[in-house]
Design a protein around this ligand. Structure first.
Ligand code: PLP
Length: 229
C-alpha cells in the first residue's frame, strides 16, 4: 500500500471513530476540529495529508516544526502543542497560527513580542495541568485566570481557550471533566475563549464526551512513532 493510501485509510477509520464518539455524546461532528499531530513524521507526510483534506496540523518541538513548515508546499493552519521555552517563542511565532501550550506568565511577553515582530496575532490556549504532580507541564488551575488576563491584555495574542493532556494512568473522563470546569470559569471572564483542546489517539472519546472542540491526533493517522519520538 502506498503511504498516501495508508494515510487515507487511517483518516477514514479515524473519522468513523470521531463520528461514533459524537453520536454517543449527542454532539455534531462540525463542533470538532481535527488537528493531525505530525511530529517525528516528514514534511512529505504533511503534504499528503493536505492533499487528503487535512487543514490543521500540530507539532510539538522547535526547530523540527519550523523546518517542516518551511518544507511543506500547502497552506495549512499550524498548531504548536508542545512545551515552549521563552527563548524559542519568537521563532515559533514565525510559523505557528495557534499555540496550545501557554502555561506560565513568563511566556506571555515573549510570545507577544515574537508575534508583533512577525506582524501577526497568534491564537493562544492555556495549557492546564490536570494532575497534582508539580513536575508536569501545564498551569495549575489556580494560575489560569492570571495567565488569561495577561494574554487578553497582550496586543498580538488572542485568548481562544484551554488545552490539556490527560495525566498518564489517570481516568481520562475525570481529567477532561476537570478541564471543562476550568474552561467554564475562563469563559465567564473571557466569553470568546471557547476552545477546549483535549483528546489524543488513546482518549478522544472521553474528550468528545467532556466537550472538546479540538482533537490532537497523531498515531491513529500516521502510525506508531519510534520510541525516541
Ligand atoms: C504527540 C501529541 C499528541 C498526539 O498524540 P497521539 O497519541 O499520537 O495521538 C497530542 N498532543 C500533544 C501535546 C502531543 O505532544
Amino acid at each position: 500500500m502506498s503511504r498516501r493510501d495508508e494515510l487515507r485509510t487511517n483518516l477514514e477509520t479515524l473519522e468513523r471513530r470521531i463520528e461514533a464518539a459524537c453520536s454517543m455524546a449527542g454532539r455534531h461532528r462540525e463542533e470538532l476540529t481535527l488537528i493531525v499531530v505530525t511530529k517525528t513524521y516528514p514534511a512529505t507526510d504533511v503534504d499528503l495529508l493536505a492533499e487528503l483534506g487535512v487543514t490543521n496540523v500540530g507539532e510539538n518541538r522547535h526547530p523540527e516544526a519550523g523546518n517542516k513548515f518551511a518544507e511543506v508546499d500547502h497552506d495549512l493552519r499550524w498548531h504548536f502543542v508542545g512545551g515552549l521555552q521563552s527563548n524559542k517563542a519568537a521563532a515559533v511565532c514565525r510559523y505557528a497560527d495557534v499555540i496550545h501550550s501557554v502555561d506560565r506568565l513568563k511566556l506571555v511577553p515573549a510570545i507577544d513580542k515574537g508575534a508583533r515582530a512577525a506582524g501577526r496575532v497568534i491564537d493562544c490556549l492555556i495549557q492546564v495541568s490536570l494532575s497534582d504532580d508539580e513536575g508536569r507541564s501545564g498551569a495549575v488551575p489556580d494560575a489560569v485566570m492570571g495567565i488569561a488576563a495577561a494574554i487578553e491584555s497582550a496586543d498580538a495574542m488572542r485568548l481562544t481557550g484551554v488545552m490539556a493532556v490527560a495525566p498518564l494512568g489517570a481516568d481520562p473522563d475525570e481529567a477532561f471533566v476537570r478541564l471543562k470546569n476550568v474552561s467554564e470559569r475562563v469563559e465567564v471572564a473571557h466569553p470568546d475563549a471557547t476552545d477546549i483542546s483535549a483528546g489524543m489517539s488513546g482518549d478522544l472519546e472521553a474528550a468528545v464526551k467532556a466537550g472538546a472542540t479540538h482533537l490532537r491526533i497523531g498515531r491513529s493517522v500516521l502510525g506508531a512513532r519510534p520510541a525516541t519520538g
